[in-house]
Ligand binder design. Structure first.
Ligand code: HEM
Length: 376
């Protein structure tokens, strides 16, 4: 998409697409403004009220969560958990994430070839979330199966296949919702420090608590999967894998640059609540906007040589995690997970040969469907 972004940023930075019935916004400053101005631009799915309109089709639960609400409702739905995702709290999870990483890597011992996406990048985030939520060990396999169903994509374009995937997703959603409901009930009044207990003891109603648990999976899993994959993909493509392994290139800086250069979420939606002028264009109340994070993150007005992968970039103020009130709740967790996982992976395998010709690009979100690796 990057060629298209460059052209649009330059020629039609705020453009109405008749076919998709949306404004497309490409420049960093404009994307930033739209996301920061939650009074003019709502994160709700429809301009009329708080009900997500077509949630079920998009795999989102039909439950009210922070991601599709505006302040003050948003503040109520996010406030109870914000503290737990601050850098100080996230640091405490590090040993847990290290343990999960080691277990995932142990399973790969003796396997000369494997798909990095399936074996590492998908497993790790799901397992980490399961730990933070406090899913009991005996339900982990079931939990993983539900999570996979939530994000599954059709294997071909046929109507039957699409229907099958959608039915499986809705079923997983219902079963998981029921399961979260029972755990929340069990843990109400408890003192354990898992996130389900935290939610159970919050002022949110039960439906909102369930919505919160589901949101963590929906918002946190594929995104982190894609960050891990995009990092290995880019390090290999740029010939930087050894430099990162040896510390000549700082891993955390390389992760930030991966977020900018190959942002796992390329675009976000908003709806205008009032008439607004944006870069000389008249946006009307009720209009839909698509803001392109991926285009903003390569805006030459903001980044020198934006089309180049430069881990030494300083500062690197990308907006891969969004900005404003909806700034990613899991940003610090995702960064820490990526640092631990990539460090562990590169240390464990001192030779890595990723088969970039066989990579399958992914539609919608930005990542790869598979990344075959040979470590033998
Ligand atoms: C929100 C990206 C990982 C939980 C967001 C938003 C972005 C984003 C762009 C803003 C959405 C909007 O403004 O409409 C990413 C990326 C990730 C990642 C690129 C990984 C590299 C995670 C993880 C979690 C998480 C690991 C949880 C464990 C959330 C939640 C929200 C959110 C709950 C909604 C926040 C709100 O509405 O206030 N994320 N995310 N994310 N993310 Fe992430």
């Amino acid at each position: 998409p990057f060629g298209w972004y460059a052209e649009m940023r330059e020629e039609r930075p705020v453009h109405y697409d008749e076919q998709r019935e949306t404004w497309d916004v490409f420049r960093y400053d404009d994307v930033n403004r739209v996301l920061k101005d939650h009074v003019s631009f709502t994160a709700k799915r429809s301009a009329e009220d708080g009900e997500p309109s077509s949630g079920a089709d998009e795999g989102m639960p039909m439950l009210q969560t922070m991601i599709t609400t505006d302040p003050p409702e948003h503040t109520r739905l996010r406030g109870f958990v914000d503290e737990r995702f601050q850098p100080g709290s996230i640091r405490e999870y590090r040993p847990q994430v290290e343990r999960v990483t080691e277990a995932v890597l142990d399973d790969l011992e003796g396997r000369g070839q494997f798909d990095f996406v399936d074996e590492v990048a998908i497993s790790l985030p799901v397992t980490v979330i399961a730990e933070l939520l406090g899913i009991p060990a005996e339900r982990r396999d079931q939990f993983k199966a539900w999570s996979d169903a939530l994000v599954a994509r059709p294997e071909d374009d046929s109507q039957e296949e699409r229907q099958r995937v959608q039915d499986a997703r809705q079923q997983a959603q219902r079963e998981m919702g029921r399961y979260f409901g029972s755990l929340l009930q069990e843990r109400e009044g408890g003192t354990a420090d898992d996130l389900i207990t935290l939610a159970a003891n919050s002022a949110l109603n039960r439906g909102e608590q369930i919505g919160f648990c589901m949101l963590l999976l929906l918002a946190g899993n594929i995104t982190t999967t894609n960050l891990l994959t995009n990092a290995i993909w880019t390090f290999e493509e740029e010939g930087l894998t050894d430099a990162v392994r040896q510390g000549a290139v700082d891993l955390e800086a390389a992760i930030e640059e991966t977020l900018r250069y190959r942002s796992p979420i390329q675009s976000l939606k908003r709806i205008a609540l009032e008439d607004v002028e944006l870069r000389g264009r008249q946006i009307q109340a009720g209009d839909v906007l698509t803001v392109w994070l991926g285009a903003a993150n390569r805006d030459p007005a903001r980044f020198d040589a934006p089309e180049e992968f430069r881990p030494e970039r300083q500062p690197n103020r990308h907006i891969a995690f969004g900005t404003g009130v909806h700034f990613c709740l899991g940003a610090h967790l995702a960064r820490m997970e990526a640092a631990v996982a990539l460090n562990g992976f590169l240390e464990r395998f001192d030779r890595l040969d990723a088969d970039l010709w066989n990579c399958q690009p992914l539609n919608g979100l930005y990542g790869l469907e598979s990344l075959p690796c040979d470590v033998s």
